[in-house]
Design a protein around this ligand. Structure first.
Ligand code: HEM
Length: 397
């Protein structure tokens, strides 16, 4: 009897990630073809890496595996990634470290801790409004609000512009319509152009001022680089938290016993947040380009080859995680790679963890019950995983 061999080629089809079962395919690849070559087609050729240790090792070796040519696989016809060599995510050492040092202060324990009180206030009002309105979309009305508020605060976006920016970001990152997305994105960038010029004249204590006024390698950043980094921070600061939080809510709605467990012991929140991060793995894949010939799992990789690191696969690798397909709020150890590893380890990791903990804590403390009222709609993308919409009703218990 011959067993059907899965076709890893489908990994670049967003439909597989939205409605199919990529985990079955990744399981097979981890066991049989952990370093798999995809021939060029609509997208350039690339290697798929699916095992935890390989993904982690590549992330931790920026000398051999560069981010400068972009971390998203693009058709050759789209040309070079405009952020290549200029944004935090798309630079290699030593420039990467210099750039990271400019913004790192806003993401330290002390800085994030100082925001916790206002985070709680935002979450309480968001939940209270959802209760009042009867029904809402957990993705846009709840999960998206806190991260956008926080990143706007850190970047120095004036309070009166935040609601407008929230509406624009909901279109730019939350809809499937590419034309509307691009228009909203342009408008967001226009806000940052104005903010950048204001901060050049009148620096304040915020991230945009830091990007505008801090020399990197002896020179101030060009305006385009400042704007690209603002975009990187806004997208990084909002999109993944929204996806991970709403994916986590769905996981808990589907497993009422895990929600009960958390309600009975809120001390489990830190491990629950880690499990939500592992389970949702909202950053689906990141790319690196080899700078020199190397060998992974016995497979020769040439300089210039692209490697796609499938994070959800690494996070369900049975070589590392016990019972990886089980969602367990108390999982320990849980050294997932949802926030990356090494040089580019997520700058906003502490912020993201805190935002998620605060949101779930308030849902528990405010004595509300979340009920799903319609089907969850997945995003269609290979770059990120998660939900576009999750209709719910939030009611007093
Ligand atoms: C659940 C939430 C989040 C997830 C799953 C996530 C995931 C990731 C991952 C996987 C990377 C590494 C990319 C790579 O290696 O190429 C990364 C980097 C980054 N993240 Fe996050 N992130 C989250 C929240 C945030 C937040 C709240 C911010 C706030 C600004 C942020 C800003 C960034 C930035 C600027 C980088 C680039 C860091 C560097 O290259 O040094 N992220 N994130």
């Amino acid at each position: 009897m011959t067993l059907a061999v899965p076709t890893p080629e489908v990994l670049i089809d967003p439909e597989l990630h939205a409605t199919g079962d990529p985990h079955a395919l990744w399981r097979w690849m981890r066991d049989h073809r952990p370093v798999y070559w995809h021939n060029p087609g609509a997208l350039p050729g690339f290697w798929s890496l699916t095992r935890y240790e390989d993904v982690r090792a590549v992330c931790r070796d920026p000398g051999t595996f560069s981010s400068e040519q972009g971390i998203v696989l693009r058709p050759e016809s789209h040309g070079k990634d405009p952020g290549g060599g200029r944004t935090l995510a798309l630079t290699d050492p030593p420039r990467h470290r210099q750039l990271r040092a400019v913004v790192a202060d806003w993401f330290t324990t002390r800085s994030v801790r100082s925001l916790e009180g206002s985070m709680r206030g935002v979450v309480r009002s968001v939940i209270a409004r959802a209760v009042e309105e009867g029904g809402c979309d957990f993705v846009t009305d709840v999960a998206a609000r806190l991260p956008l508020y926080v990143i706007c605060h850190l970047m120095g976006v004036p309070e009166e512009d935040r609601e407008k920016l929230f509406q624009l970001a909901s279109v730019a990152f939350g809809t499937a319509d590419p034309v509307a997305q691009s228009a909203a994105h342009q408008e967001i960038m226009q806000h940052f152009v104005e903010l950048m010029y204001q901060r050049m004249e009148e620096p304040a204590d915020d991230l945009v001022s830091a990007l505008v006024n801090s020399p990197v390698d002896g020179e101030l950043l060009p305006e385009d680089d400042i704007l690209l980094n603002c975009d990187n921070l806004l997208v990084g600061g909002t999109e993944n938290v929204r996806l991970a939080t709403s994916g986590g809510m769905l996981a808990l709605l589907e497993r009422p016993e895990e929600w009960q467990r958390l309600a009975a012991d809120p001390g489990l929140l830190p491990t629950a947040v880690e499990e939500i991060l592992r389970w949702t793995s909202s950053a689906n894949v990141v790319m690196r380009v080899a700078t020199a010939p190397t060998v992974i799992e016995g497979q020769r990789i040439e300089a210039g080859d692209r490697l796609m690191l499938w994070i959800p696969s690494a996070n369900r690798d049975e070589r590392v995680f016990t019972d990886p397909d089980r969602f367990d709020c108390a999982r320990r150890p849980n050294r997932h790679l949802a926030l990356g590893a090494g040089e580019h380890f997520c700058l906003g990791s502490l912020l993201a963890r805190t935002e998620m903990r605060v949101l779930f804590r308030e849902l528990l403390d405010m004595a509300v019950r979340v009920e799903q009222t319609g089907p969850a709609v997945p995003v269609r993308s290979i770059v990120v995983n998660g939900l576009e919409s999750l209709p719910v009703r939030i009611v007093p218990r």
